[in-house]
Ligand binder design. Structure first.
Ligand SMILES: Nc1nc2c(c(=O)[nH]1)N=C([C@H](O)[C@H](O)COP(=O)(O)OP(=O)(O)OP(=O)(O)O)CN2
Length: 279
């Protein structure tokens, strides 16, 4: 007997890609449980499946930076803050933070299906009565049109969004004159893709080449150093509301048109902002 729960939850994280560098990802989680029925006629109460799996993911890789330990140029050491992760290729990056802000993967690349298999094995090892096997499937949202991944951290967030390198893969909708602007959506998503979004007030060092952002949050002290040209600096915290407003204002200035932006944050949620005046 098998039980399935599709769209059980989502994982929002960042990963280090040996080709693209820091990438924001959002993965849908579908679950399949195999086993025997109990006396109540159930394999595992639906009401318990979701919290059990979600708790495991929230306490694990959700909102972490996934680090491929065997990738060329990647080194991980302990430091006062917890862990220090350094990379060399395709560009140098240095991230420090509490241990729980990182997921160390003993591979040369982060492969979504291999991550799903490792999570399935972990959950199977902790399976409840009646369940013989848990299988998770991770998938990207199918998006026909403009899409971008970004990474950031929200130091004021009470939960795991305070981690300095977590991310999302998101749709981008731009409206002018009540019409979607597909070329603008494509161009802005391409520019934003794989960028790190920084709040200006968190920058502690910056020169022509590099930028360092550091902050104290409830979980500990975090820092990240990246090439300046891989970052986009906002005057505000990088919440999706502020991202939508920043994009609407930037695009209104660029195009001299009233602009409404629907900025998504991962799956099915986001913010809408409008800016500009008709000329
Ligand atoms: N109003 C806002 N709320 C939150 C924002 C934001 O920009 N505006 N941002 C975050 C974090 O960036 C976080 O990464 C969002 O992740 P999410 O997956 O939504 O986290 P949740 O635990 O709330 O949701 P799940 O049900 O676990 O997917 C947080 N809030």
């Amino acid at each position: 007997m098998a039980l399935f729960v599709n769209q059980l939850t989502h994982i929002d994280a960042s990963l280090w890609c040996p080709e693209a560098g820091l990438k924001g990802v959002s993965w849908q989680v579908d679950a399949l449980l195999e086993g025997e029925l109990g006396e109540d006629g159930m394999l595992f109460d639906f009401g318990d499946v979701k919290p059990w799996i979600k708790h495991h993911l929230d306490a694990g890789l959700d909102h972490t930076l996934l680090v491929p330990m065997k990738a060329e140029g990647v080194s991980v050491t302990e430091c006062a803050e917890g862990l220090s992760v350094q990379t060399t290729s395709p560009y140098p990056m240095h991230v420090t933070g509490p241990r729980e802000a990182f997921t160390l993967v003993p591979e040369a690349i982060i492969d979504r299906d291999a991550v799903a298999r490792a999570l399935s094995d972990d959950l199977t090892a902790r399976r409840p009565e009646n369940v013989s096997r848990v299988q998770l499937t991770l998938s990207d949202e199918p998006i026909d049109g403009a899409v971008y991944g970004y990474s950031h951290g929200l130091k004021r967030h009470a939960g795991n969004c305070q981690r300095i390198a977590h991310g999302h893969r998101s749709r981008l909708h731009i409206w002018q004159h009540e019409t979607r602007q597909l070329t603008l959506e494509h161009d802005w998503a391409e520019w934003l893709d794989n960028r790190y979004l920084v709040e200006a007030g968190d920058i502690v060092e910056q020169d022509a080449k590099r930028l360092t952002c550091r902050y104290q949050a409830a979980q500990g002290m975090f820092s990240i150093t990246l090439p300046s040209d891989r970052c986009a600096v906002l005057a505000t915290p990088t919440t999706v509301e502020n991202i939508a407003r920043w994009l609407a204002e930037s695009i209104a200035v660029q195009t001299r048109s009233v602009t409404r932006v629907h900025a998504f944050e991962g799956f099915n949620k986001g913010a809408i902002a409008e800016a500009g005046h008709e000329r």
